[in-house]
Design a protein around this ligand. Structure first.
Ligand code: ADP
Ligand code: G6P
Length: 460
């Protein structure tokens, strides 16, 4: 059997927890198959110092980890600059936040070339390569230019926006051309696939060969929607393990007289946090029966804190939470408990299970694994309700959640009220459908379907 080689910017020990959907899902996938995981070490060193770009090898169970450090300058241009200052905002429909003219592209190309140079000597002829996310779009093309003939698949964990939004990126033609170096391009949702298909035809003049195969630049690429999932059994097991149970009991005891609403995510502007807090304020104003009886726990883990858009959001969120507590709080009740930190992965399921309502309300999101984790952690006899943004990739699969438009603050407040009031039978019925869906399309389905498609594609 071919060895699996996974490449992503973020590499984590697959036996340990990490915040961020990509590292969590790849850890799950690699734990099953074994193989090699290549990427950035997470460390930066002063430019010109010895060790810059040098390969470090490690093992974690049946997975070999191969990582490189980046210089401070490359990290600034490639990771903070082009990946998170251009591609992340544009692919999340936020042209207003993109920094197009800062010259980050040079470092982005250089790091992709460096990755290709370090990875190539590690490859065996029949390895299957699976490259992940927006940091590494041109990596396949760099590898091909160095003579790599392996099967290579690419998966985009974030949304693929409509063609005219992609076209705002000055280097969009080069970026999309490099996607044709792959044999298979995986996207999260059918909507992303439609956007990709129309982009390559309209902007790149690709020929539609049928079955989502497109021909341009003398190459054929197949595209597909492969919605990423979670390991439902593993998450259920965590829910029933000691730390999960302890957390659940503690929360139940602490909030015995209150209904708990919960939000958990990285502190990112794609997640719709200010809108959510505003909707919660509107709920308290419109439905005063929730005063003293509903508490929102909002956990937002620190993310990309060297970037202005993220520090601005942090301040906005702190001020909104502070104002809500100031306006509505009582000596014995605070409406919002806001925490700017990570929660240990083993304790998360207990927290999810104690919540009556989960608020997963991004303005735009590739998939959103938190929504799926919340479903997996519920007690089927007395499940909580998922309030889910229609703009999360997960909304295509989870239509039995209460779907909301996060821009519509009053509408969202109404839906939260509906969730808080939902009778037991309806909660159970919705949860049953949701659980069936995340079970069917779990992380194993995702890995297997993508890799089966990649290894059986006919190549020209
Ligand atoms: P994204 O990939 O944009 O961060 P996802 O919802 O797809 O969003 O995945 C987030 C992953 O990170 C989930 O597995 C979630 O449990 C984890 N995570 C997010 N925020 C936290 C947090 N504050 N503490 C612990 N884990 C978190
Ligand atoms: C999203 C991206 C991932 C990224 C993760 C955490 O899930 O799709 O590629 O790893 O966020 O962000 P970070 O910048 O900390 O890697």
């Amino acid at each position: 059997m071919s060895r699996l080689v996974v490449v992503s910017n973020r590499v984590a020990d697959p036996r340990k927890a990490a915040a961020g959907g990509l590292a969590v899902a790849l850890g799950d996938a690699l734990n099953k198959t074994g193989g090699l995981w290549f990427g950035w070490s997470g460390k930066t060193i002063e430019g010109g110092a010895s060790g810059e770009g040098e390969l470090q090898m490690d093992t974690a169970g049946n997975v070999t980890l191969a990582t490189v450090d980046l210089s401070v300058q490359d990290h600034a241009g490639y990771y903070l600059g082009y990946s998170n200052g251009v591609l992340w905002p544009v692919f999340h429909y936020r042209l207003d936040l993109a920094r197009f003219d800062a010259g980050f592209i040079t470092a982005y190309r250089r790091v992709n070339q460096l990755f290709a140079k370090r990875l190539l000597p590690l490859l065996k002829p029949d390895d299957i390569l699976w490259i992940h996310d927006y940091h590494l779009i041109p990596l396949g093309a760099e590898l091909r230019a160095m003579g790599c003939t392996n099967r290579i698949g690419f998966f985009l964990h974030i949304p693929f926006p409509p063609p005219l939004i992609v076209a705002a990126i000055p280097q969009h033609e080069w970026l999309i051309r490099s996607l044709f170096a792959y044999d298979l391009v995986g996207l999260q949702s059918e909507a992303d696939l439609r956007h990709f298909s129309s982009y390559v035809q309209v902007e790149a003049g690709a020929l539609d060969l049928g079955s989502n195969r497109f021909r341009a630049f003398n190459r054929t690429v197949k595209a597909g929607a492969f919605p990423i999932g979670i390991d439902v059994d593993e998450f259920a097991a965590l829910t029933h393990a000691k730390e999960g149970r302890d957390m659940h009991e503690r929360m139940k005891e602490e909030y015995s007289r209150r209904k708990l609403l919960l939000g958990v995510e990285r502190l990112d502007y794609s997640k719709g946090l200010p809108q959510r807090i505003r909707a919660f304020r509107a709920l308290l104003r419109k439905y005063p029966e929730n005063l003293k009886s509903a508490t929102l726990i909002q956990i937002a883990s620190p993310s990309r804190e060297d970037m202005g858009a993220y520090t601005d959001l942090l301040k906005e969120l702190e001020s909104l939470c502070g104002a809500t507590n100031g306006d509505f709080g009582e000596l014995d009740w605070m409406p919002i408990r806001y925490m700017h930190r990570n929660v240990a992965r083993k304790r998360l399921p207990g927290l999810y299970r104690a919540a009556r309502v989960a608020l997963v309300t991004p303005l735009r999101d590739g998939m959103n694994l938190v929504a799926k984790e919340f479903i997996a952690a519920q007690d089927p006899a007395d499940p909580g309700v998922l309030v889910l943004s229609r703009f999360a990739g997960a909304a295509e699969q989870l239509e039995h959640a209460l779907l909301v438009n996060p821009y519509d603050i009053d509408g969202m407040a109404e839906t939260i009220q509906q969730a808080l009031q939902m009778p037991l039978e309806e909660r159970q019925a919705r949860h049953q459908h949701l659980l069936a869906s995340i079970r069917r399309y779990d992380v194993h389905w995702w890995r297997k379907t993508f890799l089966d498609t990649l290894s059986t594609i006919s190549r020209d």
